[in-house]
Design a protein around this ligand. Structure first.
Ligand code: SAM
Length: 286
């Protein structure tokens, strides 16, 4: 059955003279159950406008079109629109934007295309641009949620808690802006070509309010990224990379005033502690 689908897809691609591009993260789903499960996990319904990034030949797009009000897909590869016009011909609620998603103003696209619909993202993302794409989705501040198939290690990092090896600045960024949950794994055998890694569906529901009170978000993230700058060093030493002008003794005093031990490392701090530290550093910087 899965082999029949694979042969069908390979014949379609051969007929269009399509060749996979590794640099574009092209791994197409060949198990028809998986796109259906991803679309269901997105909780899309008739009131939703779905932004899909990288439709490929439309495996996930068609499942989304069955349950959503509208699907707008952004695809970089100029060889794919011809194939999509064949595979997506039956879906009047599908439209394609031929572009690099990283060069688009996503909030403007949503305003233009999703009038009256609740905007969400659902995609099998190209591995090589996962972090900038998720950052752009969060920064657009217009999506209710993002349900994305990504490399399992990246999904685990996003959901990791303080004190674990996977926890880092991007975990804090995503957890500040969204509630993130791992949905299910997808093995390499479900794609052509087969990736070397296992993938996971991550669902991020954007927060209406931040989970901690922060006076200046840009400053807060300057503190977070600085705290992780030297992972093997203490928090004080790591903070010296961005806040060196304050001097090491002052930084040590600020860390102590937040109730943190002198030799604590940045990776031990949760959102509350980062918020406290950012407030104290902001005051010290004046
Ligand atoms: N959705 C299809 C599926 O699940 O079978 C294909 C997913 S494949 C992992 C990633 C897709 O993203 C490819 O079609 C690729 O051409 C496209 N892509 C890669 N970089 C892109 C970019 N910067 N902007 C838009 N699409 C991109």
């Amino acid at each position: 059955m899965a082999q029949d689908v694979q042969r069908e897809i390979e014949a379609l691609l051969a007929r269009h003279g399509f060749h996979f591009s590794k640099s574009r993260g092209q791994n197409f789903l060949i198990n028809r159950d998986i796109p259906r499960m991803i679309a269901q996990a997105s909780e899309a319904d008739a009131g939703c406008g779905v932004l899909e990034i990288g439709p490929g030949i439309g495996a996930l797009s068609s499942e989304l079109c069955r349950i959503a009000g509208k699907v707008v897909a952004v695809e970089l590869d100029s060889a794919l629109p011809a194939i999509l016009s064949e595979t997506m011909a039956d879906f009047g609620n599908f439209s394609l934007v031929s572009a690099d998603v990283l060069k688009l103003d996503l909030a403007a696209l949503v305003r233009e295309r999703f009038d009256g619909l609740r905007p969400i993202v659902c995609a099998n993302l190209p591995y090589n641009i996962t972090t900038p794409v998720l950052t752009a989705i969060v920064a657009a501040k217009c999506f209710e949620s993002a349900t994305v198939l990504i490399q399992r290690e990246v999904a685990q990092r996003i959901c990791a808690g303080p004190g674990t090896p996977e926890y880092g600045a991007f975990s804090v960024f995503m957890q500040y802006h969204a509630q993130n949950a791992l949905c299910f794994d997808v093995g390499p055998e479900n794609f052509i070509p087969r990736p070397k890694v296992t993938s996971t569906v991550l669902r991020s529901v954007m927060r209406c309010e931040p989970p901690v009170s922060v006076a200046d978000e840009a400053f807060f993230f300057r503190v977070v990224y600085s705290a992780f700058a030297l992972r093997r060093k203490t928090l004080v030493n790591s903070l010296m990379t961005s806040f060196g002008a304050l001097g090491k003794d002052t930084l040590a005093g600020i860390v102590a005033s937040c109730g943190l031990e002198a030799n604590v490392r940045g990776e031990r701090l949760g959102l509350e502690e980062f918020a406290l530290l950012a407030a104290a550093l902001r005051e010290a910087e004046g």
